[in-house]
Design a protein around this ligand. Structure first.
Ligand SMILES: *[C@@H]1O[C@H](CO)[C@@H](O)[C@H](O)[C@H]1NC(C)=O
Ligand SMILES: *[C@@H]1O[C@H](CO)[C@@H](O)[C@H](O)[C@H]1NC(C)=O
Ligand SMILES: CC(=O)N[C@H]1CO[C@H](CO)[C@@H](O)[C@@H]1O
Length: 551
C-alpha cells in the first residue's frame, strides 16, 4: 500500500512535471519562477517637459512609463492595450528573450498591435541581472515617450559585489524635441530629409531642475542611468560627488571612481554615490557630447537636511573631445571574480581563448537613394517587409526576405534597398567589427544577446588590430559606441536561437535603413532550443488569417 502510494505520488509528480514542462513550452515562459502581471494602457496625453504643450505617449497615464522591478528569471506577463490612432509595439532593450525572439517587439519578429487592439507579452528575465529599459520600436514614437526602466535584481542567494545601497534611483535621460507630435519627426524622415538638432535634454521626463533625488547624509545610493534618447551621446556628472561605476548592462565592473561618465544612446549603467558632502543641494548634470551646440540640463541632488538651493554656474564637463571618451570606455572592464546572475564568477568563461569561427565587418554609410536620405550597412539599406521575418519562417512564406542578402564585408558601390537578413550558426562564436568611415558618432545594439567589447580605436580595422584586443576582462554588454572614423570590435557567442535585430541606436539611421536581422539557426530546430510560436501571436501581412496551431 505504502509502495503503491509512493508510486502514485511519483507518478503524480511526473505528471505535474510534464504539465509544467508543457505549460512552459506552450506559453514560452517558465512555470518554476514567479509571475508578475502588468496591464498597460497606451494613450496620447499632454506633456510639457520643456514648457510647451506636446502630445506625449503615456503608459497608464504616466510619462515616462511605469518601472518594471523584477528578479532574475521572473516571468513578466505584460498586457498592452493600444489606444493610439496608429500601430504600437514595445521592445525590451537588453532583456534577451532567450529562445523567444517572438516576444522581442521589433517589426522583424512581432506584428504591431493595431489601434484599439491588445497583445500580451510573455517575457522572462532569464539569467539576467542589471539595468535595462523598454521603448516603443515603431516610427519615431520613442522620441515622445512610451519608455520606462527595467531593474532586474539578483536572486537572494547570489551576492552582488557591493553592499546593498540605501536607495535605488532611476535616471532616464535623453535628447528631446519641442515639436507637437512624433508624427512630425516621422514626416520629415519619410519625405527624405534629416532631422533637425534636438532642442534640449530631459531627466526622467523633466526639464531644468524639474526632478529631485533626495538623499540622507552619509548614505549610499545606486543611480541606474540609461540614455533613452534618439541621437545624442551624453555626459553625466554630479556636482561635488564622485560616481563609483558598478554595473554596465548586466556586467559587474571594476569599481573605478569617475567625476563624469559618458552614456551613448541605448546604453545603461549603474553608479554608487555616497552623500558625503556638506548638506546642501547639488546639480545633477547631463550635457551633450560631440554636438556643435552643447545642450545641457540639470536635476537636483537634495540632501534631506539641506536648506540651500542649487545656485551658481552648472559644473562643466567634456563636450567635443573624443580621446577622453575613448580612454574612459577602455577603462570600463569586468570584475572577473564578481558573480553575475548565476553564482559562478564572471571570469569563468574565457572568451579570449575561444577562436572566432567567422569575422564580419559592418560598415555604415549615409547615401541618397531615389532622392531620399537613407542609411546603409555594407551597402544595404533595410526596408521593413509586409510580414515579420519570424512569421515568414514559421508559415514558410517565400519572398519576404532572402538569407545572405547582406555581405560579411563592406563592398564598394552605391547603397540599395533590401530586407537584409544574415545567416548565423546557432552556437557559433563570431567576431564582429563595426567600421565607421563617417565623421559621425555611431551606437550599435544587438537584440537577444550580449557581447564582449574587445577593442575600439581610430582609423581602419585590420587583422593586426587584434593585437590590441582586451581578451581578459572586456565589458559584456548589448550596446556599444563607435567613434567617428573609428572601429569597435566585439566577440559574440550565439547561444540564443532566433531572429535578432542588429541596429543603429541613432533612431533616424535605424528608421532609414541602418539595421538588419541575424537569423541564429540550426537545422535540428527543436523546442529545447527555441520556443514555438506563442498561442496569442498577432498575425499580419501575408500571415493574416493563418492558424498558429494546425492541430
Ligand atoms: C570584484 O568583486 C569582488 C567580489 O565581490 C570584490 O570583493 C572586489 O572588491 C571587486 N574588485 C574590484 C576592483 O571592483
Ligand atoms: C548649459 O546651457 C546653457 C543654455 O544653452 C548655456 O548658457 C550654458 O553655458 C550651458 N552650460 C554648460 C556647463 O554647458
Ligand atoms: C489580456 C488580453 O490579451 N486580452 C484580450 C486581447 O484581445 C483578444 C482578442 O483580440 C482577447 O481574446 C484577449 O482576451
Amino acid at each position: 500500500m505504502r509502495l503503491m502510494g509512493e508510486y502514485r505520488s511519483t507518478l503524480l509528480c511526473s505528471l505535474i512535471g510534464i504539465v509544467v514542462v508543457l505549460a512552459f513550452v506552450l506559453n514560452g515562459a517558465n512555470g518554476d519562477n514567479p509571475y508578475r502581471y502588468y496591464t498597460w494602457k497606451i494613450t496620447y496625453g499632454d506633456i510639457y517637459p520643456m514648457g510647451v504643450k506636446q502630445q506625449g505617449i503615456l503608459i497608464n497615464g504616466q510619462f515616462p512609463g511605469p518601472h518594471i522591478d523584477c528578479v532574475t528569471n521572473d516571468n513578466l506577463i505584460i498586457s498592452v492595450y493600444n489606444y493610439l490612432d496608429e500601430p504600437f509595439l514595445l521592445s525590451w532593450n537588453g532583456i534577451q528573450q532567450r529562445k523567444n525572439s517572438w516576444q522581442d517587439g521589433v517589426q522583424g519578429t512581432t506584428c504591431p498591435i493595431p489601434p484599439g487592439k491588445n497583445f500580451t507579452y510573455m517575457l522572462q528575465a532569464k539569467d539576467q541581472i542589471g539595468s535595462y529599459f523598454y521603448f516603443p520600436s515603431l516610427g519615431m514614437q520613442k522620441a515622445f515617450g512610451g519608455f520606462g526602466s527595467i531593474k532586474v535584481y539578483s536572486r537572494p542567494q547570489i551576492p552582488v559585489p557591493f553592499p546593498r545601497p540605501d536607495g535605488d534611483f532611476i535616471v532616464l535621460t535623453g535628447d528631446w524635441f519641442k515639436m507637437q507630435s512624433h508624427k512630425q519627426l516621422r514626416y520629415i524622415l519619410d519625405s527624405g530629409r534629416s532631422l533637425p538638432a534636438p532642442d534640449g535634454l530631459l531627466i526622467n521626463g523633466r526639464g531644468w531642475n524639474g526632478y529631485t533625488f533626495t538623499v540622507v547624509p552619509g548614505r549610499t545610493y545606486r543611480f541606474r542611468i540609461s540614455n533613452v534618447g534618439i541621437a545624442t551621446s551624453l555626459n553625466v556628472r554630479i556636482q561635488g560627488h564622485a560616481m563609483k561605476l558598478v554595473e554596465v548592462e548586466g556586467s559587474h565592473t571594476i569599481q573605478n571612481f569617475y567625476s563624469s561618465i559618458d552614456v551613448h544612446p541605448g546604453q545603461s549603467f549603474s553608479v554608487l554615490v555616497t552623500a558625503n558632502q556638506a548638506p546642501k543641494d547639488y546639480y545633477f548634470v547631463v550635457s551633450s557630447r560631440f554636438n556643435n551646440h552643447v545642450l545641457n540640463t540639470t536635476a537636483v541632488l537634495h540632501y534631506s537636511n539641506s536648506w540651500t538651493k542649487v545656485s551658481g554656474p552648472v559644473p562643466g564637463g567634456p563636450t567635443s573631445d573624443i580621446v577622453s571618451s575613448l580612454y574612459q570606455a577602455r577603462s570600463i572592464r569586468r570584475n572577473l571574480t564578481a558573480s553575475a546572475p548565476r553564482p559562478n564568477p564572471q571570469g569563468s568563461y574565457h572568451y579570449g581563448l575561444v577562436k572566432p569561427q567567422r569575422t564580419i565587418v559592418l560598415a555604415n554609410s549615409a547615401q541618397y537613394i531615389n532622392g531620399k536620405q537613407r542609411y546603409a550597412v555594407n551597402r544595404v539599406s533595410y526596408i521593413q517587409p509586409d510580414t515579420p521575418l519570424k512569421l515568414a519562417d514559421y508559415f514558410k512564406i517565400g519572398g519576404v526576405y532572402n538569407l545572405g542578402s547582406i555581405s560579411d564585408y563592406p563592398t564598394s558601390g552605391n547603397a540599395y534597398l533590401s530586407t537584409a537578413v544574415m545567416h548565423a550558426d546557432y552556437r557559433g562564436f563570431y567576431e564582429i567589427v563595426f567600421q565607421n568611415w563617417e565623421n559621425t558618432f555611431q551606437t550599435w545594439h544587438i537584440d537577444g544577446n550580449s557581447f564582449f567589447v574587445v577593442g575600439m580605436d581610430g582609423g581602419q580595422w585590420t587583422p593586426g588590430s587584434r593585437l590590441k584586443y582586451n581578451l581578459r576582462d572586456a565589458v559584456y554588454r548589448c550596446t556599444t559606441q563607435v567613434y567617428p572614423k573609428s572601429w569597435t570590435a566585439i566577440y559574440i557567442a550565439l547561444d540564443n536561437m532566433g531572429m535578432w535585430n542588429i541596429r543603429s541606436e541613432t533612431w533616424e539611421r535605424q528608421y532609414l535603413g541602418q539595421q538588419f536581422y541575424m537569423r541564429v539557426y540550426a537545422p535540428s530546430n527543436s523546442m529545447r532550443d527555441e520556443y514555438p510560436i506563442p498561442k496569442n501571436a498577432l498575425l499580419c501581412g501575408r500571415a493574416s488569417g493563418r492558424h498558429t496551431r494546425p492541430l
